[in-house]
Design a protein around this ligand. Structure first.
Ligand code: NAD
Length: 371
């Protein structure tokens, strides 16, 4: 198979972890006779420094010509004072999501069993590991609804002065297409789907709930569907996460719940994500940021980047076996007791604490043994 991959490493630790991600993809390509052609492009702060914009035209052209986008991380203190539209996240990530219609954000919250004692929850609540798939709607809801900031008298004699408003809008087709993605994920897992909303208060959530019920009943009767208000869902994710299989929710609730789920898994350096369009075009990135505090020190954990590459193989290229091999290799490395600094604990011997590139090499070694 021949595929063209746009490589947008970004800022901070982005280029360091991207090197390791590519190392593993190269090993897979070599072993399975695939050709991955990489087209590198600047994005985020580094793109702003060189081209005056965090998402320059050259970068968009490269993404347009690619089969998938492999993304590192963007941002850092150097670019924080820029006008909003030129900041790395607002100026590059949000436009990429809109341009390519990346409406479905898949964020697995997985604890590899050797890391159960590094998680923030007590080990007995995570026995056998944890494996939740959060499916977040990514191009609608309150982050994309109209905003208003105005100054006016709201009511005669009542509240006066400046006000700001953000509109949370969802339409039936938007809800149905994200529900379909979540159902497809659930069908490959335990067939349990939890839809999260705030239907006791918000009109957009009432429509969300009605639509999800109608869609699942009609198209996926095998799936067990439950509903949870977002405040309860947050409590349940934090205290009893093993009850979940697949969660589907809107943009803002998904943003918060997926970060919460990542926090309980122990290290932010372990979690990948996929953002997909209706045609299966995708952007694959670790959920963490550019970690400027450790950039250049060889301390970054490259596993979320490597796992994002595995998701790209599975979701955009249909290479399930190759993707599984990468996950198995990571499991073997962790079972061997190897850790990056963020995963190490008191019991980890010094000789098993690896740098970013040493961790990439260990995974590579295991991939080569498994193919
Ligand atoms: N998608 C993205 O590109 C994205 C996402 C979130 C934040 N950001 C940006 O990243 C910059 C830093 O943000 P932040 O500090 O809030 O979040 P962050 O995720 O970059 O870092 C939070 C903490 O986690 C650690 N960390 C993150 N990734 C790690 C890894 N792979 N290995 C080991 N430790 C890791 C960092 O050292 C830091 O202590 C900001 O400019 C922010 O806007 C970008």
């Amino acid at each position: 198979m021949k595929k063209c991959i746009a490589v947008l490493a970004g800022d901070g630790i982005g280029p360091e972890i991207m090197r390791e991600g590519r190392k593993i993809l190269d090993a897979i390509a070599k072993s399975f006779d695939h050709v991955f052609e990489y087209r590198e492009a600047l994005v985020g702060g580094s793109a702003y420094d060189q081209h005056g914009h965090p998402l320059p035209d050259e970068t968009k052209e490269i993404c347009n010509s690619a089969d998938a986008i492999y993304f590192g991380a963007v941002g850092g203190p150097k670019w924080e004072g820029l006008p909003a539209d030129l900041t790395p996240e607002r100026g590059a990530l949000l436009p990429l999501r809109s341009i390519y219609g990346l409406f479905a954000n898949l964020r697995p919250a997985v604890i590899f069993s050797p890391l159960a004692n590094a998680a923030s929850l007590k080990a007995d609540r995570l026995e056998g590991g944890l494996d939740i798939m959060i499916v977040r709607e990514l191009t609608g809801g309150i982050y994309f609804g109209k905003s208003r900031v105005q100054s006016l008298t709201l009511k005669e004699g009542a509240l006066q002065g400046a006000y700001a408003a953000d509109y949370m809008i969802y339409s039936v087709p938007e809800i149905e297409r994200i529900t379909k993605v979540a159902c497809e994920a659930a069908m490959k897992r335990k067939k349990n789907l939890t839809s999260v909303d705030k239907a006791n208060v918000l009109e957009s959530s009432k429509l969300w709930r009605e639509t999800v019920i109608g869609y699942v009943n009609k198209n996926y009767p095998e799936i067990t569907l439950t509903h949870m208000y977002v405040d309860n869902a947050a409590m349940q994710v934090a205290t009893n996460p093993k009850q979940f299989d697949v969660i589907v929710t809107g943009n803002m609730f998904g943003d918060i719940l997926s970060d919460l789920a990542s926090a309980i898994t122990g290290s932010i350096g372990m979690l990948p994500s996929a953002s997909l369009s209706e045609t299966g075009f995708g952007l694959y990135e670790p959920i963490h940021g550019s970690a400027p505090d450790i950039a250049g020190e060889g301390k970054a954990n490259p596993l979320a980047q490597i796992l994002s590459g595995a998701m790209m193989l599975k979701y955009s290229f249909g290479l399930n076996k190759e993707s599984d091999i990468i996950e198995q290799a990571i499991m073997k490395v962790l079972e061997g007791g190897y850790r990056t600094v963020d995963l190490a604990c008191d019991e980890t011997p010094g000789d098993r604490v690896l740098s970013t590139s040493e961790m990439g090499d260990k995974v590579l070694e295991c991939v080569q043994k498994l193919v």
